[in-house]
Ligand binder design. Structure first.
Ligand code: UPG
Ligand code: MN
Length: 777
């Protein structure tokens, strides 16, 4: 690649200072270690003197849990230690537009009910309208739902794009997802528009066109579409989403320009072949099909992928990404470029604890300073060669067969039997695509490539190849993003964080209890699958080129589900001790150093966390919501994920990808759901995920009652060694506060705001069993 030295730098890596935070990190660590030491020494002393704490095993269990919490703290410290930011200068690319590489943009959708086609259409339109040479952009949509409505919606969108894209470019529209643009009245008028009247006319007509598009899409019906006289959607007749041949449609071919569609990127619809006898690997499988289909059609050296609800919020995002892809002297620094996930129309104060703002600002920016940001599944630009398993140039000579003109046979074993794909992969591996800078489209006619594209989307195509292992998105985990990112880092690539202002992409965060917990459960399931696989970061660090600190940084998230048993055990200690009249905490007296350590730690830890939220410009409420959601998620989604994977490992069940429901935001309500009385309030259904936290809530309430009663009734006997005391009572009270949404679900609320009776019954049985076991002599 041409040396960037003579030119202005496209990017700058800026380390972010955090000395005060580092000191706070160390202070909390010190307190944790002091607590462990204190506990261990009192166990040893008690053991020696024969005066064991009344409940030795409670103390041992507490020690183990606290040791685990210390490990988690250390993992986080490593991840957050030295964060960086990358500043990008897209204006410096202005004279270098002919150097810009082509980009294939991928959008995945899986279910027209959970993911309304209009959501996907908005995402696609925002991509088609990016500020980037249109001839170098192509958009591919994968539809695992095999829905004629989705296909029809996209075809209509391609028509609409012919008006929308020129409109956006002419008037410098800031957010190019139409539903956002038309919901923000203020954003309507372009600042530098002299002819206001003309603009308003154009705006109104555009809004009418969009409303017309919405109407057509919302009124479209699967049944009447597939039976249309012109047979345009005939391929969908009788297609079952789990069993159908590949359907590929070129909805817009930018090389076929007529006057109206000049400058609109190509749009291709792909619904890969499905068969009930084949494993389709969910999103990872869909991404691999898109990679191959685009490989034989346009073969751009850069691939962007977004979920169907993640629209481009910054029209310059591809240029910002290019600053990081072209702006280093060596490609190794940006194997992929990832934008942190951010959300549109997010609920105030993050009531479901899934906007992950602090995680992204603190942990993920920190990881960006090690080997590079994680791959987050959406909002990511990959080099195609990285996805093809090509190691960076400076890699050890052992893997060079992938770099120096591999033989046809080798390529066939890796990429499968398609000649077209092998040829295209060869040019990617040799780097031709960057050297011969084709100014416009690479392939003259997309339709002529359909046959080759169908061949590579067949569900048996991958058999006996490296797809899903060394090539493409990696199979074997519900969180294919983390797994795939790990493989890329383990090959020696680094990654760069893309954080332009305004934010690059915005998507939807699930709302309501069931959807949020389902998402957390899927993530945690996938993460534990990674931890238990041969792709776990420890092995990758030992045997491949995963940086040791990066390995530790991956563990921060990979161990999410493992945190569940420890947290639940610790949460049970308080109620157990109160009910059985034992103690697991030091006595509450100022002369007891153990108690002081615990008190300072409890306050210090929470003040530290609150400080992080304040540092990220968030409210106290947002901190508290996240704190309690963490406890809720641990005892529900993560715990169930843990059990699911245990069952899977025993061969008793399979893991499936449960797609998150996306809300369709119309241009009039601007995000808030009108008929939902209280969108931030926790909702429930009869899923087993709600049983453990409901039980824990009931148990804590019982424990608080018993503890308070004992404190009052037995005030005289305080000091009976070993009995439960104020510490245990405070623990249980704190739990009740953390599980407050469940308290409300138990006592108030109707409909989905109330915990279903089946869940209450199961929880009550668990509580009864627990109380029985704790009081058994
Ligand atoms: O069989 C499937 C299942 C899902 N998807 C698509 O995968 C994307 C992500 O699914 P979603 O239900 O929105 O999951 P989220 O939890 O919101 O997604 C996060 O977590 C996933 C891993 O669990 C990553 O793949 C995503 O990129 C990341 O945004 C969506 O576009 C789906 O259409 C498919 O294409 N095929
Ligand atoms: Mn999503």
């Amino acid at each position: 690649m041409a040396s960037a030295k003579t030119k202005l730098r496209l990017q700058e890596r800026v380390p972010l200072p955090r000395t005060a935070w580092k000191l706070a990190d160390l202070a909390v660590l010190f307190l944790l270690l002091a607590l462990l030491a204190r506990r261990a020494s009192s166990l040893v002393a008690a053991g020696g003197a024969g005066a064991a704490p009344a409940c030795t095993w409670c103390w041992v269990a507490a020690l183990i849990c606290e040791a685990w919490f210390t490990v988690v703290w250390l993992l986080n410290m490593n991840a957050k230690w030295n964060p960086v930011r990358f500043d990008t200068h897209p204006e410096r690319l202005a004279e270098r537009t002919d150097e810009l590489p082509a980009v294939d943009m991928f959008v995945t959708t899986a279910d027209p009910k959970l993911e309304p086609p209009l959501v996907t259409v908005n995402t696609v339109l925002s991509l088609l309208a990016l500020d980037y040479p249109a001839g170098k952009l192509s958009c591919y949509v994968s539809d695992d739902g095999c829905s004629a409505v989705t296909c029809y919606a996209l075809r209509e969108a391609a028509e609409f794009a012919k008006l929308w894209v020129p409109f956006c470019k002419k008037h410098g529209v800031k957010v190019r997802a139409p539903f956002v643009y038309f919901s923000e009245r203020g954003g309507a008028a372009a600042d530098d528009d002299d002819d206001v009247v003309e603009f308003l006319r154009a705006w109104t007509s555009m809004k009418n066109e969009y409303e017309e598009l919405v109407r057509r899409i919302e009124n479209a019906e699967e049944y009447s579409l597939v039976r249309r006289a012109d047979g345009e959607f005939a391929e969908f007749v009788g297609a079952d989403r789990r069993n159908h041949p590949t359907i590929i449609k070129v909805l817009w071919d930018s090389s076929n320009q007529d006057a109206a569609g000049d400058g609109i990127p190509s749009l291709v619809y792909v619904s890969r072949e499905k068969s009930p006898t084949q494993n389709h690997h969910f999103k990872a499988g869909a991404m691999n099909v898109l990679t191959r289909v685009s490989g034989v059609v346009t073969n751009a050296p850069i691939m962007l992928n977004v979920d169907c609800d993640m629209f481009a919020n910054n029209p310059q995002v591809a240029l910002h990404a290019m600053c990081l892809l072209l702006g280093f002297d060596d490609d190794v620094h940006s194997g992929f470029v990832q934008a942190p996930q951010k959300f549109y129309g997010a609920l105030k104060d993050d009531p479901f604890g899934n906007q992950l703002q602090v995680i992204f600002e603190k942990v993920v920016s920190g990881v960006a300073g090690i080997q590079g940001i994680y791959y987050c599944g959406t909002g990511c630009f990959h080099r195609r060669k990285v996805m093809y398993g090509v190691p960076p140039d400076n890699a050890a000579a052992t893997t060079t067969s992938m770099k120096d003109s591999p033989s046809y046979k080798e390529l066939q074993n890796r990429f499968g039997r398609s000649n077209e794909l092998i040829e295209s992969a060869r040019s990617i591996i040799s780097g031709d695509m960057f050297r011969i800078r084709t100014p416009t489209v690479v392939v003259p006619d997309l339709t002529s490539r359909i046959e080759a594209a169908k061949q590579v989307s067949a569900c048996s195509y991958e058999t006996g190849t490296s797809w899903g292992q060394e090539v493409g998105w990696v199979y074997g985990s519900m969180t294919e993003d983390v797994l795939t990112g790990q493989r890329i880092h383990a090959a020696g690539w680094r990654s760069a964080i893309l954080n332009p202002d305004p934010p690059a992409f915005l998507g939807g965060a699930p709302t309501g209890g069931p959807a949020s917990l389902t998402q957390y459960k899927r993530w945690a399931t996938g993460l534990l699958e990674i931890l238990l696989s041969r792709h776990n970061p420890i092995l990758l660090s030992a045997f491949k080129r995963l940086d040791f600190r990066q390995c530790v940084a991956y563990l921060v998230i990979d161990v999410w589900p493992v945190r569940a048993p420890f947290e639940v055990c610790y949460a049970l200690l308080g109620p157990y001790c109160i009910i059985a009249n034992h103690s697991f905490l030091p006595k509450v007296t100022a002369s007891e150093p153990g108690f002081l350590i615990l008190l300072v730690l409890f306050l210090g830890y929470n003040v530290y966390n609150l400080g992080e939220y304040k540092d990220c410009r968030l409210s106290v409420r947002a901190w508290w919501n996240n704190h309690r959601m963490q406890r809720i998620v641990s005892s529900s989604a993560w715990l169930l994920a843990f059990l699911t994977v245990v069952l899977k490992t025993l061969g008793l069940s399979e893991t499936v990808f449960e797609v998150t429901r996306k809300e369709q935001k119309s241009s009039s309500d601007g995000g808030a759901d009108a008929d939902d009385a209280d969108p931030g309030r926790f909702t429930f259904d009869s899923s087993p995920v709600f049983v453990p936290p409901t039980a824990l809530t009931m148990l804590s309430i019982v424990a608080v009652a018993v503890g308070a009663w004992r404190l009052v009734a037995g005030a005289g006997e305080e000091g009976v060694s070993g009995g439960s005391g104020v510490g245990e009572l405070v623990c249980c009270g704190w739990l009740v506060l953390c599980f407050w949404p469940f308290v409300r679900g138990l006592v108030g609320g109707r409909g989905s705001y109330s915990i279903p009776w089946s869940v209450r019954l199961k929880a009550a049985l668990l509580v009864a069993a627990f109380v029985h076991l704790s009081t058994r002599k």
